[in-house]
Design a binder for this molecule. Sequence first.
Ligand SMILES: [Zn+2]
Length: 83
Amino acid sequence: MTDQTLSCSETVRAMWDYVDHALPGEMRSAVEAHLKGCDNCAGHVAFAKRLVEQIATAPVPQPDVEALEQRVRGALAHEAMSS
Ligand SMILES: [Zn+2]
């Protein structure tokens, strides 16, 4: 048995990467091991998972930076031509 017990605060800190599948394997199993024995953290992770799923499925309004840039470039080019 390796000594990879996480504290609750470590688990909560790691949980966002955990739900994002961004944790390295060892850390991931350490988090999973902690969650098995800790209802409190398991609750946090369940909440984080729901939140991440909602963010992933929700349409995110993106500012249309590219269109704006093209408009500015177009205006500048126009200016350059008319002068
Ligand atoms: Zn815990």
